[in-house]
Write a protein that binds this ligand. Structure first.
Ligand SMILES: NC(=O)c1ccc[n+]([C@@H]2O[C@H](COP(=O)([O-])OP(=O)(O)OC[C@H]3O[C@@H](n4cnc5c(N)ncnc54)[C@H](O)[C@@H]3O)[C@@H](O)[C@H]2O)c1
Ligand SMILES: O=C(O)[C@H](O)COP(=O)(O)O
Length: 436
């Protein structure tokens, strides 16, 4: 399927070997002196080596763990960490954040950020970064593969052959061409999947809670129920939220056609697995493919249990939708780059819970980064600090949300330390640091 974009090999000679993303994004940091104190990075859940190497190239101290950590373990480990990198398992709660006195930023080396208390992080002046779509294609391709596997009962038939059974039959097996795929959540993954499914000859309908551009010949539906009752395959691509919790339960499954298939590679809280298991065993649904679960192990190993085990024509995978080498390498590079820019220059571009600011460094100056509660008079007080110390402000940018203000200001070197201390001592200040 040609997405219309040229592949690296087919690009014109001018950009036949495009500079790597990180090299482009970080090149301007060369003009900024490195941090005077060691920068400690804690990476959990086997973050890709690309990210590790980028941090090490910056001279940061990296600790890499293959697993996630419990809240208690995190509360201890995070005390002297400047940056933490996680994936979808590790839960960074308000309690953990209240122990993170040195934490400058959080990197979600994945799409989802529901595992972080974003409001608590914002109110504590900690920006959170993610990789909004680097594993989109990986998930979409997995779903396409599973649709064919379910439609041909491939896993059950293959298991039979491995066990010495030769059972050749076309009963209950169908082409996917001409069948209807119902997509719930038409965002990055849902829309990419829509294009791939249509390229396989499927009809695509979808439901989203916001107006979105239907790609190709796909058709928006007015309700979830409309998608459920008109689809041969229903696939879920919504975020974890109070609204999506158990959005597919016994009542919704009963609305689905007899023999239809349910696929979920979004979040484990979206589907009531007991209701799904009952519908598979009763024969109402023809099969399911599940990649995410309400409770998932914090590390690889045995002992995983789910009500879906041994259900007919049911594909179970261990949250691998984004687990391809291509996706993990891109994510590692993208999120590590954003975190390095935050540490080295205060850039918050691509932060999901912060004003997105990036200011070119002003030569022969020091940079002060201040996060404060967004209350009246803060900027007046900060500017009075500059005026009263005869400090020349060479660049100043303020971004705000309802709860916080984020200020990047380049000032004279001569008075920068004194000014930084005065700003940090203002009552609304949450975090203040200086870059030399
Ligand atoms: N299994 C995996 O490995 C894997 C990989 C990547 C992403 N994910 C999960 O998939 C989710 C979707 O990823 P994405 O990149 O497409 O996100 P996205 O934010 O681009 O798209 C999500 C879409 O869902 C819609 N939505 C939200 N609530 C809804 C509701 N109640 N009903 C219908 N639509 C609703 C949103 O409007 C949005 O258009 C992520 O939040 C993540 O949790 C899982
Ligand atoms: O949010 C995501 O991108 C997916 O759930 C992938 O999570 P993972 O990085 O833990 O595989």
């Amino acid at each position: 399927m040609n997405s219309g974009r040229s592949s690296p090999q087919s690009r014109s000679p001018i950009c036949s070997s495009p500079p790597k993303y990180a090299e482009m994004e970080l090149q301007h940091l060369e003009r900024i002196p490195p941090p005077r104190h060691p920068v400690k990075i804690l990476l959990l859940e086997n973050v890709h080596q690309t990210g590790v190497l980028l941090f090490e190239k910056e001279g940061f101290q990296v600790e890499l763990l293959k697993t996630s950590l419990t809240e208690e373990e995190l509360m201890e480990k995070i005390k002297d960490v400047h940056v933490i990198g996680i994936r979808s398992k590790t839960k960074i709660t308000k309690r953990v954040l209240e122990n993170a006195s040195k934490l400058l930023a959080i990197g979600c080396f994945c799409i989802g950020t529901d595992q972080v208390d974003l409001e608590a992080a914002e109110r504590l002046g900690i920006p959170v970064f993610n990789s909004p779509f680097a594993n989109t294609r990986s998930v979409a391709e997995l779903i396409i593969a599973e649709i064919v596997c379910l439609s041909r009962k491939l896993f059950d038939v293959s298991k039979g052959c491995h066990e010495g059974q030769w059972f050749k039959s076309a009963v209950g097996c169908h082409e996917i061409r001409g069948k209807t795929l119902g997509i719930v959540g038409y965002g990055h993954i849902g829309s990419q999947l829509s294009v791939l499914a249509e390229s396989q000859g499927m009809n695509v309908i979808f439901y989203d809670i916001i107006p979105v551009l239907p790609l190709g010949n796909s058709t928006p539906c007015k309700s979830l129920e409309e998608v459920l009752s008109n689809s041969d395959f229903v696939t879920l691509h919504v975020p974890k939220s109070p609204q999506t919790e158990n959005m597919i339960g016994e009542k919704q499954i009963k609305l689905m056609k007899k023999g239809a298939y349910l696929l979920n590679a979004s979040r484990g809280t979206v589907v009531d697995l007991k209701a799904l298991a009952d519908s598979l065993r009763s024969g109402h649904l023809g099969g399911a493919a599940i990649d995410v679960y309400p409770k998932e192990p914090k590390a690889n190993g045995s002992g995983f249990e789910t009500p879906l085990q041994n259900c007919p024509n049911t594909i179970l995978t261990p949250h691998i939708g984004g687990s391809t080498e291509e996706a993990q390498q891109m994510i590692g590079e993208e999120v590590a780059t954003a975190l390095i820019k935050l540490v080295r220059s205060g850039s918050t571009v691509n932060a999901v819970n912060f004003p997105n600011l990036e200011v070119p460094f002003t030569s022969s100056s020091h940079r002060i980064l201040n996060v404060h509660r967004n209350v009246p008079g803060v900027l007046r007080d900060i500017n009075n600090i500059f005026a009263s110390r005869d400090t020349n402000v060479k660049a100043q940018v303020l971004g705000t949300t309802a709860d916080i203000g984020y200020l990047i200001v380049d000032v004279d070197k001569e008075t920068s330390e004194e000014v930084k201390e005065a700003i940090a001592s203002l009552k609304p200040s949450l975090r203040t640091r200086i870059l030399y």
